[in-house]
Write a new protein. Sequence first.
Length: 392
Amino acid sequence: MAKLMNVLIPCLTILYANLIHAQSDVGADAEESSEQDACALIPLEDYNMGLRVGSIFIILGTSALGTYLPIILHRISPYKPGDIRDWLLTVGKFFGTGVILATAFVHMLPDAFENFSSPCLTQGWLSYGAFAGVFCMLASFALQLLEIVSVAHVNKLRKIRQDKVEAEFGNIRRYNDFAHEKISSDMVNGSQEHKQQPVADEERIEPHTHDHHHIGDDHGHTHGAFLEDDEAYKHIGTYILELGIVMHSILIGITLSTTGNSEFTTLLIALVFHQFFEGMALGTRLNEMSYKTWYKPVLLGLLYIIMTPIGIAIGIGIRSSFNANSYSAVLSSAILDSLSAGILLYNAYVSLMSMEISHSTAFHDASTTRKVCSFISMYVGAGLMSLIGEWA
């Protein structure tokens, strides 16, 4: 009996171990199969082509309305500080700041973190859980370097202008010195007639001395050039803002056109508000740029307006072969969302909130009512855009 038990116990142990190993293999196979299913191409059934094509024009019109409405209000005729149009544009500007912040925090960063944790990525990407934050940080570093290079270039142009003005002053001084030396020589060596002549000479020279002051007016133009340099900083910030918005717009266009019918209508409605508010944010920033011609802000606005429709058209074209859960699609979406979030956050905090609120003399000198209105507008913009993040 003891011998039998000695034989049975090892056999049962081996059998039990085999069963456990078999179950673990089945579990691993099932887990691997489920991961493969999660990353597999999901065919789009009952694809409503008419509605998808119609969404191109719906988004196009909504984006154009949001972008061009503040530009038209700003440019149709001069308006005075404190009138109704001035208040509307001020509210729109700070509303847009809140929209930009919420777009980065609520729409882009969460999607980036989710995509970087997708099982469809390789183990190398999954081994570190903060890649979204890393790419967001890298975008902010890159923008700072870009601004430093741009500012250095602007300062170089400013120095060239200043040297040119100083050279003109130097030429006039040398001319005046030469003229005075000639007059003094004539006074010493000439006759009484020549002694009276310097008065006329000085009268003729005096306008040139006044010309020196006219060059000061040109120096005033140089101060105007300095103001233009300050405008260049605003241009840089607006271009950076548009870059972040445009990168995100193409992604959401592709997402809209490749989503299933059950989610398409809800997503379209959410994106209508999303594009309108984001367009308002961009339009109010374009108003801050002192363009002498009307077509430049129109073209910059048009660049944003057409990006999401282009994304929708691309998605319609590749709908049968595009797999939103593929490795390349998930990774590219995660990286682009992270970079866009970094661009918008840097722009919102440095160019918008810091320069136009915290360190703005005009804002600090404004009335309490205007300040409260500005802050409420910013918070409402951020709140509405965060609410839309539930569906888009």
